[in-house]
Write a protein that binds this ligand. Sequence first.
Ligand code: GTP
Ligand code: MG
Length: 648
Amino acid sequence: MSKTQWKEIPVVPTSQEFLDIVLSRTQRRLPTQIRAGFKISRIRAFYTRKVKYTSETFTERLSKTIAAFPRLQDIHPFHRDLLNTLYDADHFRIALGQLNTAKSLIEAVSRDYVRLLKYGQSLFQCKQLKRAALGRMATICKRLKDPLVYLEQVRQHLGRLPSIDPNTRTLVICGYPNVGKSSFLKSISRADVDVQPYAFTTKSLFVGHFDYKMLRFQAIDTPGILDHPLEEMNTIEHQSICAIAHLRAAVMYFMDLSEQCGYSVSAQISLFHSIKPLFANKLVFIVINKIDLAKPEDLDPATQEQLQGMLKSGEVELLQLSCTTTEGVMNVRNAACDRLLAARNAEKLKAGTNSSGEPTGRLGDLLRRIHVAQPLGGVTRETSIPEAVKSKKKYDPNDPERPILERDLEAEEGGAGVYNFNMRKNYLLENPDWKEDRIPEVFNGKNVYDFIDPDIEAKLAALEAEEEKLEAEGYYESDDDLEDAEEAEIRYKAELIREKRQLIRNEAKMRKSLKNRAVIPRSAKAVKLSQMESHLGNLGYDASNVAARARSQSRGRSTMRTDGDAMELDDPKAALQRAKSRARSQSTNRRTDGVTDEVARTKSEKLAKLSQRKMNRMARQGEADRHQTGSLTKHLVTGKRSFQANRR
Ligand SMILES: Nc1nc2c(ncn2[C@@H]2O[C@H](COP(=O)(O)OP(=O)(O)OP(=O)(O)O)[C@@H](O)[C@H]2O)c(=O)[nH]1
Ligand SMILES: [Mg+2]
C-alpha cells in the first residue's frame, strides 16, 4: 500500500454516528409501507428485507473501514515499525479485529432473525422481530465505541505522517538533539521544519525533497537521540531509530563540536558507537556542523583521537559544513548523493549474480533453459548447391540462345496493339490437343458449367438398366397388390391405437368437467315425496297427508286444465305457460336442464361463453377508466387560443 492511500482513509465515525448512518440509510431505502391487511407473506418479506439490508449496510461499512487501514503484514518493515512505535501494533490489530468480530456477529444476528421471521404470524410479530434484530445489531455497534474512537485518531495521525518512500534514494539525518539537523534539511530542501535553539524541537519524522543530477532524492530529518539503551528511549527517539534501521539510505550522523547544543562531544561519539549496529550495510557519513564555531582541528588531541577512531571503525567519511554560513552545505549534500548513487548502482549490478559473477535467480534460470546451437563434434558439412541453380544463366537480350519471351513474340507478330497473346497456350489439360477446343460458356441462356456432371453418362446408363429390369419383372402391370398382408396389419393396429387414444382423451375431458362442477349440497338435492314420507315416519311424525297436501298446492299450472289435451294444442299461450312452469318446478340443476348428453352440454357452454364475450368487451366504463368529470371552464375550451393558453 502506498503512502498516498493513507491520506485517503475515510473518516471513522463514532459508534453513535455509525448507528445513525446505518439506520437512516435503511429507513431511506426501505420506508415502512406495510399495513395489517396485507398478505402475511408480503409482510414477512418486507421485514426480512429490512433486517437483511441493515445487516448488509453494517457489514459493508465495517468492511470498508477495515479495508481502508493498512495491513501490518503487507507494508514495508519501516512503516510497520513506525506504526508500531506510534500506535502500538497490538492495539491497532485488536481494534481492527473487534470491528471484524462485530461484522460476523451482526451477520449471525441477521441470519437468526431472518429465520425467525419466516414464522411470523402477524404484522405485529414480524415488526417485533425486526425491532429485536435491529436492537441487537445496535448493541453490537455500541460496543465498538472505543475501537472506533482509537481508529479515528490513528486515521488522523496517519494522514499527517510524511510520505516516505522506503525504496527511493534517501538521506537520513540523525544525531544528538539541537546539533542542527533541521537546519541542514531546511537549507537543502524546501521542507518547512522548525529550527529552534533548544533540544527536541523536532518530535517526529520530516521529509524534504531535492533534485540532484536530474534525480529526485528525499532527505529525512529525524528527532534527536540521546545516548541511552533502546528500552529507555521514548516514542520520539524510537522514530529516529526506526528510520535509521529500516531505510536503505545514506545515514548522515550530525555532530556539533562546539557543544553549543548542550551535549559534550564525547557523548556524541559514544552515541555513534551505540547505534553503529544499525548502520550495517549502509553508507555512513559523519557530518560536523557549526564549523563557524568549532572545527575538528580546534579539538584537544584526546577528542581528536576519538573522532579518528570513529572514522576508522568502518567505511565512514567525514564531512564539514555550517548551516549558518551555508559553507560546505552543497558539498556535503553532493558528496553524500554521489556516494549513494554509486552504491545503489553497484548493488543493482550485483543483483542476480552469485559470488563468482554468474547469474542467479530468475535470470540464471532463464539463461540455463535457453538452448544455444552448438557445432557437431568437429564435423564440417559441405555446402550443397542444386544443379539447376548452378546452370542458371543471366538473361541477356543480345544472346541468340536466350529463352524466348512473350515480348519477343510480340515484336515478331507485329508489335504492341496488333499482337494478341494466346491465353490458352499454357493450359494444363489431359490432352494438349484440347487446348484450342471451343466450349460455349452460356448456352440457351444458361451457364453451361452449372450442368456439367462428369458421371452423367454412367448414371443414365444405370437408370436405364434399372428401368429395363423393372419392366421385365412386370412391375408396372400390377398395382393392386401393393399392400401386402403385413402392411394391412400395421394399419389395423394403428387404427386401434388411434381409437384408444381418443377414448382416453374423452375420459380425461369428462373427468375435468366433472371436477369443475359445483358440488350440490345434500340438502339441496331433490328428495322424492315417498322418501320424505318414510323419513318423517321414522322420526315419529304422522306423514300420511304430506303427499296429499303437497299435491293439493298449486304449482303454477292452469287450474282450467281438463283431461283432454286438445285444449293445450289449441292454445299455444297456455302451452308455453305450462312448459315454463314445468321447467321451473322440475328443474334441479339449470346447467343440465334440457341437455341430453355430455357433448351437448360442452357445446352449449361454449356457445354461452361466446355470446358473453361481446358483452364483456363492450362492458360499461368503470371507475378505473380514464374519464374527465364535469365540464371545463369555458375560457379553456372556447375562442381563439393564445400561446400556451390551455397549459394550466
Ligand atoms: N552557529 C551555528 N548555529 C547553527 C548552525 N546550524 C544550526 N545552528 C543552530 O542550532 C540550533 C538548533 O538547530 P536545529 O536545526 O533546530 O537542530 P536540530 O538538530 O534539528 O534539533 P532537534 O530538532 O531539537 O533535534 C538553532 O538555534 C540553529 O540556529 C550552524 O551551522 N552554525
Ligand atoms: Mg530538528
